[in-house]
Write a protein that binds this ligand. Structure first.
Ligand code: FES
Length: 134
């Protein structure tokens, strides 16, 4: 599924998209330096679920200065997007699920998620649900 256009991305300007289903929010950012799982010519484009791994609140605040998602409005967890979405501070104990990205021409494509999204008991592969129920 196309989630962004490579030519339109700007460093530090987040793109928000739902994937794999409406209501499952994610954030995509061109970080400006190579990062874990980064795609694109500079290996700096990453995307993560923005559903907090603590108790499922949506996180909308991105701080490019710290390359961090958060703080979560519920209990203030902040996640480090340079280091695979790991918890930088706060109540959560698990990393954010990372969206598997690929580049197809000018399209940035999402093709799955690493780790389970809070509140869901299945993972997806190739954009399709695999096992379990919602
Ligand atoms: S739900 Fe995000 S820190 Fe608790």
């Amino acid at each position: 599924m196309k989630v962004a256009s490579l030519s339109e991305l700007q460093e530090g300007v987040p793109v928000f998209f739902d994937y794999p289903q409406v209501g499952q929010g994610n954030i995509l950012v061109k970080m400006g330096e190579p990062v874990i799982g980064g795609v694109g010519p500079d290996e700096d484009i990453v995307a993560f679920s923005r559903i907090c791994t603590h108790m499922g609140c949506p996180i909308s605040e991105y701080q490019h200065e710290y390359k961090a998602l958060g703080p979560c409005v519920c209990h203030f967890t902040t996640f480090d997007l340079i280091h695979g979405g790991m918890v930088a501070m706060g109540q959560a104990t698990q990393n954010l699920p990372q969206v598997i990205l690929d580049i197809d021409g000018d399209a940035v494509m999402a093709g799955g998620l690493l780790r389970l999204v809070y509140g869901y008991d299945n993972a997806i592969e190739g954009g399709e649900l695999v096992g379990g129920t919602l």
